[in-house]
Design a protein around this ligand. Structure first.
Ligand code: FES
Ligand SMILES: [Fe+2]
Length: 427
């Protein structure tokens, strides 16, 4: 339970809010490299600010405030040039530092009285990693952009999936440290949707949460697993501050504003040994719809779509003054405590948790990973098909609804398989 004041402190993301100041200390994935290859400008809303992301004609990325400093035209309709982004209204040209480097008519008629010094836009650094474009909106010096080991795994088919989720990021992230929901929201609900009349999923018996340098690890024992099972020995990672890492994929809950979140999934699927060596030239990205346009209901067929139903179901910004936390919510309490502690650290002028400052340390950082051996060594197709978890990937993409045909075909070609359409995922 949180008071209304504490709930605001936890959930606000704007530039002048305590939570927003904390979130500005981290890099956030905002788009995919392949999107900017298709269209070199993209309007982005991040941490309550309207921005334009672009790739100029020299291949450099920039992120500027969205509205031109002349008379506020929308720069996401601008032209990219060698030196930066040019407004399509009267041609003012901006570079990636936000400087206005050309004002065509002003420069012609009144070169001595340039308006350029008044024309500067807010600008934020952008970097490319793992097929994603990452932005940093905090004070300099920026920390390292984390180089998680998974980003360098070979022989994998990677895809990036976005979903626009109309609720605050904290309730999405609380789902990253909530093991018991898996039994109900995924296992039982999927079985029910297929006709089960009873709750048949293995029940949770014991949980443990351990804090570490980059977040929390949670462990679980269910009726069908023991202390020897990787769900207990390795666990899952609630990655600080706004991500979830499950070995084969990451999920970031990127705060758009107080009431909206961009869900970003980066999914790696090891190709069978017969398909090695496999190298992806471009990592494909796509947007997953979350609402059925005919019924108006949320889509519930895939794993992360199911999660999204929990997040949005709690309201735009959930009212934490009416909740009743129990033993299953131990992780949620730990997560909130650490978030409050970090907000306070930033207020005191200190670095918050999990920033990487040493470039030497930022090289293929290992995170606890279930099935690490499989990922390192690969499996022949026949054994793949027997694997309790990975076999599902041979049938369909389980995480998000709406995989485009061309991504499905590329995946099938990489894996050497044929997938099937699915009504509800098997989990
Ligand atoms: S509004 Fe952008 S150049 Fe005039
Ligand atoms: Fe889930």
């Amino acid at each position: 339970m949180l008071t209304k004041e504490k709930n605001m402190r936890l959930t606000q993301v704007g530039p002048d809010t305590p939570g927003g100041k904390l979130l500005r200390r981290y890099w956030h994935p905002v788009a995919a490299v392949d999107e900017l290859m298709r269209e070199p400008t993209k309007s982005v809303r991040l941490l309550g600010e309207d921005l334009v992301l672009y790739r100029d004609a020299s291949g450099r990325y920039g992120m500027l405030e969205r509205h031109c400093s002349h008379r506020s035209a929308d720069l996401s309709y601008g032209f990219v040039e060698e030196e930066g982004l040019r407004c399509n209204y009267h041609g003012w040209l901006f570079d990636a530092t936000g400087a206005c480097i050309e004002q065509p008519y002003e420069d012609t008629v009144n070169p001595a009285k340039s308006l350029r010094k008044n024309g500067r836009l807010k600008a934020y650094p952008v970097r490319e990693k793992a097929g994603l474009l990452w932005a940093y909106m905090g004070p300099e010096p920026a920390p390292e952009l984390p180089d998680w080991e998974a980003f360098s795994w070979p022989n994998g088919f990677v895809q990036i999936v976005f979903a626009d989720v109309p609720c605050n990021w904290v309730q999405a992230q609380e789902n990253s440290i909530d093991p018991v929901h898996f039994e109900w929201m995924h296992s039982n609900w999927s079985r029910r949707m297929k006709g089960a009349k009873r709750n048949e999923a293995p029940r949770h018996l014991k949980l443990q949460f351990d804090e570490f340098e980059y977040g929390f690890v949670y462990r679980r024992i269910r009726e069908d697993t023991s202390e020897q099972h990787p769900l207990w020995t390795v666990g899952r990672v609630c990655l600080w501050p706004n991500a979830f890492y499950l070995g084969d994929h990451f999920e970031w809950r990127v705060p758009v504003d107080d009431e909206n979140t961009l869900s970003v999934t980066w999914s790696y699927i090891r190709v069978p040994r017969e398909s090695e060596p496999f190298r992806q030239e471009v990592i494909p990205s796509w947007v997953s719809p979350i609402k059925d346009p005919v019924s108006g209901r949320w889509i519930s067929s895939h794993v992360i779509n199911q999660d999204i139903i929990a997040w949005v179901g709690q309201g735009r910004i959930t009212d934490r003054s009416r909740e009743n936390l129990g033993a299953s919510d131990r992780g949620v309490s730990l997560f909130r405590k650490r978030l409050f502690d970090d907000i306070e650290r930033v207020e005191k002028g200190l670095d918050p948790s999990a920033l990487i400052r040493d470039p030497a340390k930022n090289h293929r950082i290992k995170l606890p990973t279930i099935d690490e051996v499989l990922i390192e060594k690969g499996l022949p197709l026949a054994e793949y098909a027997q694997h309790p978890v990975w076999k599902h990937h041979l049938k369909h993409f389980p995480f998000h609804y709406g995989q485009p045909e061309e991504v499905k075909r590329a995946y099938e070609a990489a894996m050497g398989i044929k997938t099937e359409a699915v009504d509800v995922v098997n989990i």
